[in-house]
Design a protein around this ligand. Sequence first.
Ligand SMILES: Nc1ncnc2c1ncn2[C@@H]1O[C@H](COP(=O)(O)OP(=O)(O)OP(=O)(O)O)[C@@H](O)[C@H]1O
Ligand SMILES: Cc1cn([C@H]2C[C@H](O)[C@@H](COP(=O)(O)O)O2)c(=O)[nH]c1=O
Length: 206
Amino acid sequence: MSPGRFISFEGIDGAGKSTHIQAVADWFRARGADVQLSREPGGTPLAETLRDIVLHQPMGSLTELLLMFAGRRDHIETVIRPALAAGKTLLCDRFTDASFAYQGGGRGLPLSVLEPLADWVQEGTEPELTLWFDLPAEQAAARRASAREADRIEQQDLDFFERVRAGYAARAAQAPQRIARIDASGTVEQVGAAVRAVLAGRYPTC
Ligand SMILES: Nc1ncnc2c1ncn2[C@@H]1O[C@H](COP(=O)(O)OP(=O)(O)OP(=O)(O)O)[C@@H](O)[C@H]1O
Ligand SMILES: Cc1cn([C@H]2C[C@H](O)[C@@H](COP(=O)(O)O)O2)c(=O)[nH]c1=O
């Protein structure tokens, strides 16, 4: 068992993950934790280069999946495992659930490809808690539209994002003890309160 804590943040683009990750960092820091933030795709110099390619260059679904997992392997080896071994609380904006939701649910790649790849690349490295920010695709698209220009994946249509959302729901059904669904449709304050309730339930003595 590693002495650190690995917590991931998931949801369709625009659901509000990044808005809440800083508040979660503050929640743990206020309780004495040594917090480190990271993200996927990205988190290392190599994986950030792959992120730029995967979000902006045209490519097929399997190539997209393999680039996500190539970056993930580097991230696990050089950032995640060392942070956990050092006892840190690592908060990661997306991890493998995103591959199952986007490349599995959204792109339609089969579990027979995804599952062995995840086992092979992760070798047991898995978040202990995943906060899944769940929001209808239409509401997320409205939030994104007022926030920034769409990258290659964000340019997909609403049907794609509903399939991604269904992909997350399927993952949550398979791992209910790890994945906590947060209703992300309320105000930032309401969603923040829901997040704090999950943390207080999970870490009562923290
Ligand atoms: N509860 C909320 N109500 C209204 N707007 C929100 C809410 N939460 C976040 N937003 C706004 O929606 C936009 C997207 O939020 P944010 O960047 O946190 O989403 P995200 O899930 O991290 O998206 P991505 O994965 O694409 O980076 C931002 O402009 C943010 O201010
Ligand atoms: C890890 C991972 C991510 N994605 C997608 C999801 C988003 O559209 C982008 C990342 O952008 P963000 O602003 O950092 O959320 O990448 C994916 O398709 N598969 C993955 O494994």
